[in-house]
Design a binder for this molecule. Sequence first.
Ligand SMILES: NC(=O)c1ccc[n+]([C@@H]2O[C@H](COP(=O)([O-])OP(=O)(O)OC[C@H]3O[C@@H](n4cnc5c(N)ncnc54)[C@H](OP(=O)(O)O)[C@@H]3O)[C@@H](O)[C@H]2O)c1
Length: 176
Amino acid sequence: MKASVYIATSLDGYIARRNGDIDWLHNPEYTLEGEDFGYSAFMDSVDVIVMGRNTFDKVLSFGGWHYSKPVYVLTSRELDLPDSLKSKVFRISGSPLKVMDELNSMGFSHIYVDGGITIQAFKKARLIDRFIITRIPKMLYEGIPLFDPSKPDWDLNIHSVKEFDNGFVQLTCHPI
Ligand SMILES: NC(=O)c1ccc[n+]([C@@H]2O[C@H](COP(=O)([O-])OP(=O)(O)OC[C@H]3O[C@@H](n4cnc5c(N)ncnc54)[C@H](OP(=O)(O)O)[C@@H]3O)[C@@H](O)[C@H]2O)c1
């Protein structure tokens, strides 16, 4: 069973503004014709998505549904789903290890882990095999960090670094 992260951060390491807004990601100047920054290839490589409740609420607020893989929402609360999502979205809870085991027993083999708190919990449990982090040329100065700044040093192997014409820099790395 594998787990990967595919996420965008500001240059100073935030995944969202403090209030959860990701408006800064949707800048038309960032669009490159025919370029999806490896998203489709990444989505093809996973067979299930685990996302934190806050990320799910944000995704729902945009309307529409763009995920082709089943989504398991990590939450300790009830999940009130519209009928259209009842066969696509499921509730899950428990520790990252329990979640991994549960999904493994359902036959899944590669998880896309999404959401700040959720990624930090999976990382702390040493369950993430690969991080694909796209650095956006934008400083936010404050917000929701991808990684908890109070945690100790952490070493990674850089597998590749890709630069895009719009200034995005994408690092693929593996925890040592
Ligand atoms: N820049 C990007 O590419 C990117 C990508 C993804 C998300 N985002 C943004 O990041 C923000 C959300 O991140 P976030 O750090 O707030 O958190 P998150 O990981 O999306 O959600 C955290 C919530 O998930 C639930 N949860 C987490 N672990 C759990 C567990 N083991 N068992 C049960 N429930 C668990 C808890 O909610 P309950 O209270 O329901 O239990 C927790 O408060 C959103 O604004 C989103 O738009 C940005």
